[in-house]
Write a new protein. Sequence first.
Length: 293
Amino acid sequence: MRKASYLYNCMIRYAYTIRVACLTAAALIFCVLTTVQVHANDGAGLLWLVNTDHPLCEGFEPRTLVDVGNHRMDGKVADAYEKLTAAMQAEKAEAGDQTLYLYSAYRSYGRQKDLFAERIRHYITQGYSRKEARERAAQSVQPPGASEHQTGLALDVSSTGALNQAFGETPAGEWLAANAHRFGFIIRYPQSKTHTTNIIYEPWHLRYVGTPHAEIMHARDLALEEYADFLAAHTPFIFQNAAGEFQSVTICDKLPDEWPPDAINISATHYGQGARYIVTYTITTHTQIFTFP
Ligand SMILES: [Zn+2]
């Protein structure tokens, strides 16, 4: 299963545009061709789950990377991060010193391999066997392919001069935890979810998943690992966003042939290993019931 999903990762590296023929429910007279953009990030998708159980392959490099200073990141992340930092500045009166420094963004498979090998060498020079050194290295550095920095959707930021847990206690760290979701980011490894993510508390590690997903995960206190099960149990999940719009979020194995006639802004993104979709649309009434296949 793991091998199959690993191969799947390697295979789907292209953006998808799915054209769906949509028949109006009223009379089947008008046939409207609706274009649904699947947010693909070159196959990774904004909700791609990457961890030691779901690593990316060596050849995976997103084609959506842009340069931001000395770093590279997905273009959507760059736009969202700019909005986030501007908002921090504007709300500075409330939160004190909020100057964020960007430490890390996209990290290639090769770079992860070097960092991991460096750490193993460090433990070997301390007298550990190669096997022990590898096990110790894995406690603090993700093995190659297991870092979601390879998607271009993750950022490490801090205002304390270092990436440390103390950052979470600063005004900037607290502001991020309370507001990052407004811009599509989640604190990917929160203190309360270490048992789920199997990663230590990292208040500095932001992951872009887009809205409304970041807003829902924030409101419902969900880690990315928990999001699919939550949606499966609450499908369709109707969410009122900060702008007051009602949005329907559904997880499904297959995109439907027809869409609700009053749905607008339909979008879909792969979840996890790409076998499922998460479909989002804005609805004009929140009373409708729409069943996905
Ligand atoms: Zn990170």
